[in-house]
Design a protein around this ligand. Structure first.
Ligand code: NAD
Length: 257
């Protein structure tokens, strides 16, 4: 199993998990497009990774930016073999106070973004005729729920449905779709939540980490960016339709379903 010589587009790759996936993929011999809303950070990340990486400005909620970013990627590296739909945000609030615009923004980034990048990638993959792999960044929240995270939990469950449809439609073209479901990983997305949750629940930040984030794990440990990147690499490199429409928890046992 190898992704050497393959071309991968990773969204939200200027930070956290996406950035780690970019690094892992380049190390594995792939060419990687670092697609992110933060154009300057995407360029900087790509520059760090060298000639096998390209930074592309892409707001995944913009149909025109997604289509043009994918076209730019295919033109620069000659093809698109792998899409990692990873861009995401978190907004926490009790449901009764959740602002509709925050619900819409979160849904747009996670679900509209996954749809638009999938559609654009499939068009390239089908035209190329050499198959492909699409990996969605789910979460333990694709299978479990937590308070304060209504749109996030809803969107992450939704990605499981999208992956299954892509698996069914893509099979005839050798395109596979799977979901990686991490537990808590210390990235800017999680660091932001710790003081927010401490305030909402009226507990210390230490208690948020111990009693909320890591409580359900088997060993009280955070999942790492590398753990997640390696699981994504596995799905990306797997060579047949035997492994499609599936999900894999990488969560120190927080979710076992
Ligand atoms: P992060 O905040 O470190 O990185 C997210 C990246 O997405 C940023 O570079 C940001 O600029 C980019 N982004 C945001 N909106 C965008 C948009 N509209 N278009 C393009 N890019 C956009 O977060 P992270 O923790 O690395 O999260 C990455 C993914 O992993 C998300 O989908 C998140 O839900 C998922 N996830 C994270 C954890 C965790 O504990 N960190 C756990 C499970 C799943």
């Amino acid at each position: 199993m190898s992704i050497a010589g393959k071309v991968a587009v990773v969204t939200g790759a200027a930070s956290g998990i996406g950035r780690g996936i970019g690094q892992t993929f380049v190390k594995a011999g792939a060419k990687v497009v670092i697609a992110d809303l933060n154009a300057a950070q995407a360029e900087a990340t790509a520059a760090e990774l060298g000639a096998n990486a390209l930074g592309v400005a892409m707001d995944v909620t913009s149909e025109s930016q997604v289509d043009s970013g994918m076209a730019q990627a295919a033109q620069h590296f000659g093809k698109i073999d792998i899409l990692v739909s990873n861009a995401g945000i978190q907004i926490v609030s009790p449901l009764q106070d959740f602002a509709y615009k925050d619900w819409q923004r979160l849904m747009a980034i996670h679900l509209d973004g996954a749809f638009l990048t999938t559609r654009a990638a499939l068009r390239h993959m089908y035209k190329q005729g050499t198959g492909g792999a699409i990996i969605y960044m789910g979460s333990v929240h694709s299978k479990e729920a937590s308070p304060l995270k209504a749109p996030y939990v809803t969107a992450k469950h939704g990605l499981m449905g999208l992956a299954k449809v892509v698996a069914k439609e893509g099979a005839a073209h050798g395109v596979r779709a799977n979901v990686v479901c991490p537990g808590f990983v210390r990235t800017p997305l999680v660091d932001k939540q710790i003081p927010e949750q401490a305030k909402t629940f009226g507990i210390s930040e230490e208690e948020v980490v111990k009693n909320i984030m890591l409580k359900g794990t088997v060993d009280g440990e955070f999942t790492t960016v590398d753990d997640v990147a390696n699981a994504v690499l596995f799905f990306a490199a797997f060579e047949t339709n035997a492994l499609t429409g599936q999900s894999l928890n990488v969560s120190h046992g927080w979710s076992m379903t």
